[in-house]
Ligand binder design. Sequence first.
Ligand SMILES: [Cu+2]
Ligand SMILES: [Zn+2]
Length: 177
Amino acid sequence: MTRILPLLALLGPFAASGALAQEPAAAKPTETFQAPVKNAKGDTIGTIAIRDGANSLVLRVAIQPGGLPPGWHGMHFHAVGDCSDPKFLNSKAHVNHDQSKHGLLNPDGPDEGDLPNLYANQDGSANAEVTSETPLTGEGGLKDGDGSALIVHANEDDHTSQPIGGAGDRVACAVIK
Ligand SMILES: [Cu+2]
Ligand SMILES: [Zn+2]
């Protein structure tokens, strides 16, 4: 035993450097972000939590009871991190860097802002976790110069029609900046 241990100690560094040489560039560290979700009156109705890691951005949405009308709601990343007006029009259109068509089910889509629908329960609460290929930071990231916003719409997104899948008014907003 006493002879084997020093031998392993000697081999250890070589084995480790050999493994590292085959790895791709260092994996992107996971970045996190949290923000309140506000309704048209400016009241906080929930939170968003984002984790952006090596393979995907993971968005968790948690809406309190009474926060939303029951049923399905379109949900998108909009281009500007501004929730200051009651209709949330300051958040502008969907994040869309390459003139893609809107819609997760559109053959000419999706744009970078498109996300699955959010379902609110009978009590108006909602919890969901969805992924997006749009990064939090860096090229094309949500935290660009003017930020971005997560918008929840009054109606569900059909994921096909232009410009926003028939999702209607904007009813909730979270600044991502
Ligand atoms: Cu939208
Ligand atoms: Zn879209």
